[in-house]
Ligand binder design. Sequence first.
Ligand code: NI
Length: 470
Amino acid sequence: MKQRKISMIIMVILIGLVGLLLFFTFSKSENDEDITKEPIDKGIETAKSAYPGVNIKTEVSDEETYNIAIHYPEFEDAQLNKEILEFIAETKDEFFLGVEDNKEFLDDRTASLNLSFDIYRVVENVYSIVFTNDSYFGGANGLQNSKVFIADTANHHFITQTDILRNDEQSKEEIYDRLVQEFESTEYRTYFFKEQLEEWIRDENNTFSNMYVTDKAVVFKFNKYEVTAGAAGSPEIAIPIKEIQEWITDEWREKLHLEDKTAEKVNPPEQNKGENPESELKEEVPVGKKRVALTFDDGPHPTNTEQILKLLDQHDAKATFFMLGNRVDFYPDIAKEVADAGHEIGNHTWSHKDLTTLGEAEMELEFQRTNEAVVHAIGKSPTVFRPPYGARNEQVDNVIDMPATLWTIDSLDWKSHDPDQVLSIVKENIQDGSIILMHDIHATTVEAVELVLNFLDEEGYEFVTVSNIN
Ligand code: NI
């Protein structure tokens, strides 16, 4: 009797301990979720990128006092990933310090961290990864900087710039002369500070850490204010490799096959050979039928965009995709698929910065680079433009050579991640001519699109591109 009682007590204690253990395990992982992990709804990224063996990771969090949007590459190699993740962690720490330091300016504004990256293939298995950090701390307080990684995926390490560029006095002198010439003959000329560039080249610790290489050029990237006035943003000077062979180390001259370089010529994508994009996009829509324009921002995305395409096809629906240039560059095949299915492609800038905070040169670059990436991917230019956050002013309208297309219904899909809530917002606000804002980067939006298509179909709506709405 007594023994049974003791074993009962031991059992109760054991169950209690297991319970406590489970409780702590789960509550801890939930806390971690807040900032260090990706949102739960994130689909698994598959490798349909232009760069085999590299995936794109996206981490987004919207808090009351700050927003974070981080994009970074994920390699198959753990060592490379480790260093990238360390850099991401440092960037976040720096951001949170900034938020802390600027509390007084953040009463009615939200701080934001926007870390994006561009990727360039240098040679087989070698990639330049260029991160751009754009943080905002309220008032006039912000931080813009960049960080370059050159990844050798075959040898599992990062390459330093001085492995590629000669770091001797003579090369430095030549690099300086060439950069001066480039700055003084381009749009940067009015903002250029020659003395600061001289200081930069003379600095003994200068290892060209913000230099990166593409398959055609060596690119010197400077931080905002580093060698120019703020209005120039973060300038980039690209110099064709074949013009500066003498600066390249012997090892890399060989790797870059410099002698063959001139023979290699990439054919530019065919551009609207006589066809009129207007007539292609303008469709006959039966008179008297109610119309709605579904618009999808911030993509393309390797899984979610494809699923949305299937749903649209089932409903014989046409829509508009406002794409980010850096994602088009990464997923050109998906952009092409969207265009081939007859949907309209819009320009949503290169890296989703608030254009009203940028200088004119940088604004122009955000827009033009995206146009180029879209032309490269689908063979023709975007036909519409939407500024990130819908943020525009007179200067934006003057610089961007296309009117801004906004929306009439914000589905808030990015905030609620709740398909039912998206549907009820649409139900409450829909009318003939509505333009609905959604984001094809969220898995929950795919579900929402299915609900919205079913509902609007039943209501007798025709789904048209944004150019056909009026
Ligand atoms: Ni957007």
